[in-house]
Design a binder for this molecule. Sequence first.
Ligand SMILES: [Zn+2]
Ligand SMILES: [Zn+2]
Length: 251
Amino acid sequence: MILQDLHVHTTYCDGKNTPEDLVLAALNRGMKCIGFSGHSYTFFDESYCMSKQNTARYRAEIAALKEKYKGKIKILCGVEQDYYSEEPTVGYDYVIGSVHYIKADGEYIPVDGSAEILKSAVQKHFNGDFYAFAEEYYRTVAALVKKTSIDIIGHFDLITKFNEQYSFFDEKDPRYVNAWQTAADKLIVTDKPFEINTGAISRGYKQSPYPSADIINYIKQKGGGLILNSDSHTAENLCFGFEEYSKFLND
Ligand SMILES: [Zn+2]
Ligand SMILES: [Zn+2]
């Protein structure tokens, strides 16, 4: 059983629990390590991320908790850095790099906002062509490591969040497959692990983690690394599905 979770959100961004509540929940579960990963500040959308002021408070509080729970549990202060965030990432224990937006015609379009937002944005900026949208998304993802010095590649195929329910595109279509494979190839050579992220399952959007089984198999075949993360926004979802999905880590 994996007793560590490095993708955890708190009340400093869009999570429901305080860092200390989460540390106590982690101790209750017998976890050995909890890593916090607050959403980095994005000036174009303040609805879900840490404000600049909260970023400083977040870092101070996690530092204090590290001291308070020393010897009981390992606590790490990370950040989930959005591709278009301009905040510095120095001083964090680790950085998860994530693409939550793509930029088209000067606008920042949320990839995981809602199915309606996605559908109308693809209509407006890509003439309704979801594959063109996917190509732009994966072009952005491919540059993640180069753009920000990240340690973990966050939810590689976030673009599939609404696809089980709405079937916006066929994940077996050659245009789609070519787009993700090109991005995966560029990222695998950086030696940064891809997360297997169970967040969309715990929140009821999907029945399988990010990335898809096809992508996980491809990454493994090409020698890429994988790490299990919950992307939890509540204490109950710490290590969500780790028992079941740890099978993806080993052959
Ligand atoms: Zn994310
Ligand atoms: Zn997250």
